[in-house]
Design a protein around this ligand. Sequence first.
Ligand code: UD1
Ligand code: MG
Length: 463
Amino acid sequence: MPINAIVLAAGEGTRMKSRHPKVAHKLLDKPLVWWTVDAARKAGADRIIVVVGNGADEVRAIFANDADVECVEQTERLGTGHAVRCVRDAIGGFEGPTVVLYGDTPLVKPETIKSLVDETREHHNACTVLTMRPPNPTGYGRIKRADDGSVLAIVEHKDCTPEEQETLTECNSGMYCFCGGRLTANIDKIGTNNAQGEYYLTDMVDIFVGMGEPVNALLVEDYTQMLGVNSRFQLATAAKLMQLRINERLMDEGVTMLDPNQVWVGAEVTVGRDTELLPQTMLWGTTSVGEDCVIGPNTRLTNVQVADGTSVEETVGYDTVIESGVTVGPRAYLRPGTHLLEGSHVGTHVEIKNSTIGQGSKVPHLSYIGDTTMGSGVNIGAGSITCNYDGKHKSPTTIGNDVFIGSDTMMVAPVTIGDGALVGASSCITSDVPANALALERSRQQVIEGWAAERRKRMQEED
Ligand code: UD1
Ligand code: MG
């Protein structure tokens, strides 16, 4: 039987004080709700249904390219039971294990969801509730058990007697696995006779117990997996836990970190063995780093592919490919479309955009290279720039193999510099340079012997 997952994400998130829906706020490099959906997927869910409401379009957009995720809109927020009923109405019912999760609870682990499904299957439960014992149970629904320990009901905090609030310390995490068929058949039995006048999904427990259907609770020792995000402080708290979880996994896999509190690695990033991540490094998006690299300090790479044996120091990079043995930085800026071939070097205060730097070629200091194709063995002198933009159009620059560009050269594009050519320092190159030629564009130097000494003498006499 396929596994369904329903992710409740229609809530307002008033405490975020934001124009955006709570679940669209980023935790590391992904929206909050993405993490729950990812955990469901990794637990084996075949069909994932996200209940959207507040800021529905923004939440839908997060999953626009995910074929296994569909969104169902809950136009009125009448409670967790109502949210699941909206899904039933929209898709016509569930079959197979049906997990319910929250879009604002990003830390739940796939293995926890899996054990919830296994427990439900093994005992043919109508419902298995995931429970926890948090240090402060205030606000949570409480698990009420019979003398023999079997689960009787979930009583919301506000519906508990003062004594129950004290003594019932096992809490509802808000995550469940239902038998889809029995959930579909009985969800309409939920009413609104409670302190908040809402349709409580928690009432399904009471309903099933009354029908003699098997219901069970699965206690999770690590309550931090159930931490919900309601405020920006809680968002930061969850991000810290996720950061350390990811970093611990990477270190287990052979990555070195001087200080894992100062390294942030996104959900889908990969890092190879014996690579060192130095403080204040952020790796986001589809970034992948090979083996034996040194990344950081102070480096942010987004969608950057870094091959083995590469060093990237104090650098910001986007949508870039870095081949093996390349050295970058300190303080380089790699913009989309940059491709640094094997053994090349991009040095300090250098910006590269939409350009290929050839094998072993060097752009060591204070340069801008844009819309350029560069061959191998090239040396670009300090302060040299491709003038690729005339205020309206972008134009390409082509630099052949083994070209030497003197310092402070302006290459006014479109322009081609042939293989083995040499450009004298401080030239403004506006037309093509043939292979193996020297191009020099600067006025001839004047030398007046003794002029400076005479001036000094004149100035002393004036005093
Ligand atoms: C719920 C549980 C409570 C549990 C707690 C754990 C109920 C009645 N209570 O309480 O037993 O201890 O979670 O955190 O279920 N949502 C919708 N549509 C709605 C209502 C809620 O999508 O109409 C979503 C919210 O966006 C949120 C989640 O469901 O992500 C939980 O809703 P919330 O009202 O915060 O439930 P709690 O009061 O926390
Ligand atoms: Mg509530």
